[in-house]
Design a protein around this ligand. Sequence first.
Ligand code: ATP
Ligand code: MG
Length: 480
Amino acid sequence: MNKSSYLDINRFISDRIFSIIADSAYESGVEAYVIGGYVRDCLLGRDYEKRDIDIVVDGSGIELAIKVARRISPGIKITVYKNFGTAMFRTKGHIIEFVGARKESYSSNSRKPVVENGTLEDDQNRRDFTINALAISLNRNSYGKLIDPFNGIKDLDKRIIRTPLEPGKTFSDDPLRMLRAIRFACQLEFDIHPATFKSIKNNAERISIVSYERITIELNKILLSNKPSEGFRLLYESSLLKIILPEVYNLKGVEMIEKHGHKDNFEHTLQVVDNISIKSDSLWLRWAALLHDIAKPKTKKYIEGTGWTFHGHEYVGSRMVPGIFKRLKLPMDDRMRYVQKLVALHLRPIILSQESVTDSAVRRLLFDAGDDIDDLMMLCEADITSKNEKKVKQHLRNFSIVRQKLTEIEEKDHVRNFQPPIDGNKIIQMFDLKPGRQVGYLKESIKEAILDGIIPNDHEAAMDYLIKKAAEIGLKPVDK
Ligand code: ATP
Ligand code: MG
């Protein structure tokens, strides 16, 4: 590190917040450093303006945080985690977290560390990767100095993920770091150093002592990166995937019978996930892509004359989603149901586009997909991974016909958020019924007639139809 890059580094700590931290630390007689992701991303020139900033203090992180926050504005809300010796607050779009420098050692069968106060050096020793151990001094006599004991700068330059200590030690202290190595490699588009990767392979089994809450955070970050496939291939190669997501691991492979092979569903799935462009809110769509063919191994059959079939894999797959979400500690709410629905419906637009597209089939698809119809179409387009360009073009052309039809029919019939034109209470009143099977039958008949295009989606037509249907089962409207 020469003088000129020293100056360069000063620009990463030019914000007023850093001088406030520096002054406060000086007054308290403690040392403070910016460390970890902020330093790494600054040096990489990766969006760092709004990211979280980690400060490590040779002393009490909590006391310094309180002092700094008061100086910025007395009203700032500080969150303190006494047990971890950390405190954080928000300012100008950043989350700033303070932690006392620590020395840690872990027992072999849990990840609960025995924590002692330590020096900056101790703290850097317990960091996960060389590129995450970089620190910038905020102290008077060395303000802006980069402290890089493991040559993280060189690894940044060569784009390498490597543990600071012997990898076996780093990984056995906290096995989650194996997954983090893959997450960072995928997110930053780095390679994992061979000795580090070898150690991940050797220690993969130990991931089983890590909670799914922590594992899932990393999986989500892989899914939200530019090319999740890179991460999943590393997870596969390291055997971590087999332990944490065996259902996806089982997609791998091609079986041959009488010279007929099917496609490798693991590779196919990864392409589909990559094909879903990353928008800020596309995490669940990417989960749907990852799981869309999850039941292919379970439903696989070879039928002579036909070849490989995966009959019903969309329904069997959608039924597997809750179990997977539960185990991974993913949310069991609307987000899970969204993934389940997309998995269940993922073949519908393809089937539609292959047959002549009838209005009633389009209406049924709109009704079943509701507001998720656009996401479903995105998933289906991503699902076209054929290498045959002609085939791809043909599929895309068919899809654009389906899309056009969807728009037309929705404008005409409004079935996307279907509200029955006559509700159950009205039916009860009209025919003086008790709530029960007959009411359900009549309601369902109206819905079906609308979806099939027998009647338009309006009140008057529904009323006429209702009276006719009721007469068929011997009911007449009562005069009121
Ligand atoms: P991101 O942009 O994803 O937040 P980050 O580097 O800030 O990247 P965090 O998970 O927020 O990642 O962790 C902050 C820092 O804390 C890391 O840079 C690393 O130095 C350290 N760290 C976090 N988790 C671990 C761990 N399990 N083992 C060792 N060090 C860790
Ligand atoms: Mg962070």
